[in-house]
Ligand binder design. Structure first.
Ligand code: HEM
Length: 166
């Protein structure tokens, strides 16, 4: 089937950027897990900082590219139309629409929480980073940020399957 925009590489109906983000999250989640384990079990705080700043930068670039693609190039509704879980007439009450709303419920706050956690950590931990009186707040919000990112990935994968694979 022909759709506007660039097709992805996974052989589904998704666009290139959708495929890039779909696959990238399989790397982001384990890398984030290793980075948190480095801080928690190995006291490798500088490594933890480097990995988290790299992840945050990569994600920022990916999100901007993704949003430009979604808003101006890719018509995701058109690509989702052949799915048995989607119709334009019931866009937001179809399983695809509901799964997208659930995904956005996690994705939007995650972006803000990450900005808060990264900027807070960079400004409040010493250089090189070591535990400080900022630790308790960072551990709390760092855990929330990690859980939110994981939920964003899982709900994104579900939406992708319902809209572009099924
Ligand atoms: C979104 C980005 C980040 C997330 C999700 C995150 C997450 C976490 C988590 C969950 C812990 C607690 C590990 C444990 O259970 O002991 C932690 C510890 C730590 N993080 Fe981050 N972190 C991020 C960015 C950063 C940055 C940019 C820095 C440095 C500027 C940093 C410095 C530290 C330090 C020093 C600790 C050890 C705190 C302590 O044990 O007292 N983190 N981080």
């Amino acid at each position: 089937m022909e759709f506007p925009g660039i097709d992805g590489f996974l052989g589904t109906r998704a666009s290139l950027m959708l495929d890039v983000v779909f696959v990238a999250m399989f790397a982001v989640i384990p890398v984030m897990g290793v980075s948190i384990a480095m801080a928690r079990y190995k006291q490798r705080w500088q490594l933890h900082k480097t990995i988290q700043l790299t992840l945050a930068t990569v994600l920022l670039v990916a999100v901007v590219a993704f949003e430009v693609d979604m808003q101006f190039v890719t018509d995701w509704e058109l690509r989702a139309e052949p799915s048995p879980y989607f119709t334009m007439d019931h866009k937001w009450s179809s399983p695809v629409g509901v799964s997208l709303l659930i995904h956005l419920f996690f994705a939007v706050p995650t972006a803000f929480i990450w900005v808060y956690v990264v900027s807070g950590a960079v400004n409040r931990f010493p250089q090189p980073p070591t535990p400080s009186d900022y630790s308790a707040r960072h551990k709390l919000w760092g855990r929330i940020a990690a859980i939110e990112m994981t939920m964003t990935a899982i709900t994104g994968w579900v939406f992708y399957y319902l809209a572009f694979v099924a």
